[in-house]
Every structure is written in C-alpha cells, then in structure tokens.
Design a protein around this ligand. Structure first.
Ligand code: AMP
Length: 280
C-alpha cells in the first residue's frame, strides 16, 4: 500500500494507473476503522483495479467542537487493517491540503435534505460533508465511490452533490449494507467512546428499529415513532429523532404504500449514535 500525503502525488499516481485502463474505487473515511469501513474496501477491491482509501477527520462537518476534539484517532491500527484488506493507496491529507489558504467554501443546494433529520439537528454538517467530498472527488476522480448505508441521509446528500457536479455519468455510487456487531449495534468509530455500561445499552437502538419494522403493518407510523422514542428514553437515551420517512425523499412517511425507512439519532451521555433500517 502506498501512502500519500499530497494530493498532487496521489492524482499523478492515479492518472498513471488510469492510463493502464484501470478502474479506481474510492472509500473516504474519517479513520478509527472497523469492519464496516473494511467491507467498503473489500467491495472496492472486487470491482476495481486500484482501491484508494482516505482518512481525514474533516473539521468543517463537525457542528460540535467537543465531538471533533474527541473523535477517535487510531492511525497505526487503521494502516494495519488496510494492509490486511489489500488496499492499494491510502491518502492522509493535512487540513491545508484539503482546504489550502484562500480556499473558498461553495454553498451546496441540498434541498430538504439540509433541513430534515440530521440536517435539522446538525446545522452546517452536510455543507461540511459536501466540501470535503467535493475536494476529495477532484483529487481522486474515482470510477466507483463506496459509502455505507449506516449514514443513510449522507448517501442521499452525496448523490445530490455528484449530480450537482455533473459527475453522475463518471462516478458510480455504491451504497453498501450496514455492518453490525453480534448484538446488532451498528459499527461506528464513535462506539470506541462508549463506557462498558453505555456499550451494553447501545444495542437498544437497533432493537427499536426492528420493533418498528414489526409494528408497521398494524400501527400508525406516528404511534410507532412515539413508542420507539419512549422505548429508547426508558433505556437512558436522549433521542433527537426517531422517524419513519419516505426512503427516497426522507419526508415524513404519511401513507404506508411507498418505500419506507426508519431513522434514529440518540445520545448516550455526550455520544451521539445514529442508525436506520429499511422497513419494506
Ligand atoms: P466515517 O469514517 O464514519 O466517516 O465513515 C466512512 C464510510 O464508512 C461512510 O461511507 C460510512 O457510511 C461507512 N460506514 C461507517 N460505519 C459503517 C458500518 N457500520 N457499515 C458499513 N459502512 C459503514
């Protein structure tokens, strides 16, 4: 695996590979890698000649300074895992490499994605995500981009970004299933911050999603949302939202005849966890 710190070296390397008519798969991450991230690397390896992973804890997508300061960093371990997974190139940019002096942030039109659910509870978050992904796509120019369904709304935001950059014909978006621990907890870098007691409580999030799926036939969506919020609150969570939404727009579900997704964001103390489940 080749390590790159400078975008220009990475871009030159990838251009050379492309000249050999190779396909590039790209897995952007913020590090503290786990099997969820590695499932994206494995998918990329199967479908491309070169797989690039990036690790960059992007300051502009954190709307909470404490969350940014406490974001886990496990670089040595990440490198070992990427080597074992057969990743070809790792991009480790500095903040200046992504946002050089004079960088001017664009404003991205994300429509309602910016005001519902994560957009509502994390103002500015998705603008920051678009800033970093826009820069990374310029540098890597991949044929295939790999994202996890764990961040359902983020996938929709990046799909919108790719269309707004007119790159939808050159970059294929691959959304991969959420990888879970044996007890159902969605793998997440933030899980490293959970205390033992919080780690034991955390799988209730996935159970609340499974319960919602079971209740869907017999119960109104608003009642399911209320019940799930109470279920999590009783188990020590501060719930930002538990929502059943149209899986294609993320607007409130209303009628139950279209594709639906349940999405949840809840805090255990100061650690915020998210998860989601397609219901039909
Ligand atoms: P992050 O490092 O949290 O920014 O995540 C980098 C990529 O890995 C994103 O596309 C995430 O959606 C994806 N990802 C994170 N957790 C999981 C998981 N448990 N299963 C599958 N993909 C994941």
């Amino acid at each position: 695996m080749i390590l790159f710190k400078q975008a220009s070296s990475l871009t030159n390397y990838l251009l050379q590979q492309k000249n050999k008519s190779g396909k590039t798969g790209f897995v952007p991450t913020m590090g503290a890698l786990h099997a969820g991230h590695l499932s994206l690397v494995t998918a990329s390896k199967q479908q491309n000649d070169i797989t690039v992973c990036s690790i960059f804890v992007n300051p502009t997508q954190f709307n909470n300074a404490d969350d940014f300061a406490k974001y886990p960093v496990t670089l040595e371990n990440d490198i070992e895992q990427l080597l074992a997974a057969g990743c070809d190139a790792l991009f480790l940019p500095s903040k200046d490499e992504i946002y050089p002096p004079g960088y001017r942030a664009k404003s991205y039109d994300l429509g309602v994605l910016e005001t519902v659910l994560e957009g509502r509870y994390r103002p500015g978050h998705f603008q920051g995500v678009c800033q970093v992904v826009d820069r990374l796509l310029e540098m890597v120019n991949p044929d295939n981009l790999y994202l996890g369904q764990k961040d359902y709304q983020q996938c929709m935001v990046i799909e919108t970004l790719i269309k707004s950059l007119h790159k939808q014909d050159s970059i294929h978006l691959n959304i991969r299933p959420t990888q879970r621990e044996d007890d159902g907890l969605a793998m997440s870098s933030r899980n490293l911050r959970l205390t033992q007691a919080q780690r034991q409580a955390a799988p209730a999030i996935y159970r609340s999603l499974l319960r919602a799926k079971e209740e869907l036939l017999a119960t109104e969506t608003e009642k399911i949302e209320k019940d799930a919020t109470a279920y999590l609150t009783d188990r020590g969570f501060a719930v930002d939202y538990f929502a059943i939404a149209d899986a294609e727009t993320l607007l409130p579900a209303g009628k139950k005849n279209g594709p639906l997704v349940a999405l949840v964001a809840a805090h255990l103390d100061n650690i915020r966890l998210i998860d989601n489940l397609r219901l039909n």
